[in-house]
Design a protein around this ligand. Structure first.
Ligand code: DX5
Ligand code: ZN
Length: 229
């Protein structure tokens, strides 16, 4: 699956949904016209939390046609690419910090047919992915330390997104820049303004009173940015 920088893409994270009704959560996101379903996979090692494995994703795959944007917060992701792809992932994002042979792992994702994503934790400099910029479809900038929903957006992420936007321009590459963590109606415009195209939102969607309205409002605010791609 290939990606283009159509802005903005709203990707609600089901990490903040009611886990006893995940099928209904997907239905509500389809009704709300979300672009992607963001699925946060955690292994209790790379991050101090545990979530979904391939069987859960496979079960959810039957419930919606929306693309599954799978964010692997796991050690040794290279051992799991095929399993998540077979379970129904349309895009697979791995953390640069978790990959000893990042270039090889990104090639493995491409080979699987999924869109290729790489993520950076808040403390990881952009230089960690400079040599693989042309290998990826999506760069996920973490704006919280991964592991939990409901944390506050780390302010200097805005500057990091701006620097990444400049770097991509200078290198003549056009990956989707995605931002994850603490994205809200109140800050999404400035995140878009910094250069982001895709926005993960967990609590802003599922802790709101109205999923439809939350997705629509996020999209509206993000669209008000005059950042041009
Ligand atoms: C954090 C996850 C996020 C999380 C975002 O480790 O990667 O996707 O669900 O949640 P909010 O939007 O509540 O910060
Ligand atoms: Zn995520």
């Amino acid at each position: 699956m290939s990606l283009t920088q159509t802005t903005p893409m709203i990707a609600p994270s089901i990490l903040s949904a009611d886990f006893s009704h995940l099928g209904l959560a997907l239905q509500s996101l389809e009704d709300a016209k979300a672009d992607w379903i963001h699925i946060d996979v955690m292994d209790g090692h790379f991050v101090p939390n545990l979530t979904f494995g391939p069987p859960v994703i496979k079960a959810l795959r039957a419930k919606t046609t929306l693309p599954f944007d799978v964010h692997l917060m796991i050690e040794k992701p290279e051992l799991w690419i095929e399993a998540y792809r077979e379970a129904g992932a349309d895009g697979i994002t791995v953390h640069a910090e978790a990959c000893v042979h990042l270039h090889r792992t990104l090639g493995q994702i491409k080979e699987s047919g999924a869109w290729v994503g790489v993520s950076l934790n808040p403390h990881t400099p952009l230089s960690a992915i400079e040599e693989v910029l042309s290998e990826v479809d999506l760069i996920l900038i973490m704006s919280v330390n991964p592991g939990f929903g409901g944390q506050s957006f780390i302010p200097n992420t805005l500057d990091k997104i701006k620097r990444l936007t400049e770097l991509c321009k200078a290198r003549h590459v056009q990956p989707i820049i995605q931002v994850d963590g603490g994205v809200k109606v109140s800050n999404i415009k400035s995140i878009a303004q910094a250069g982001a195209h895709a926005f993960v939102a967990g609590s802003a969607v599922f802790k709101s009173n109205d999923v439809n309205q939350a997705v629509a409002e996020l999209r509206k605010q993000a669209s008000m940015s005059n950042h041009s791609v």
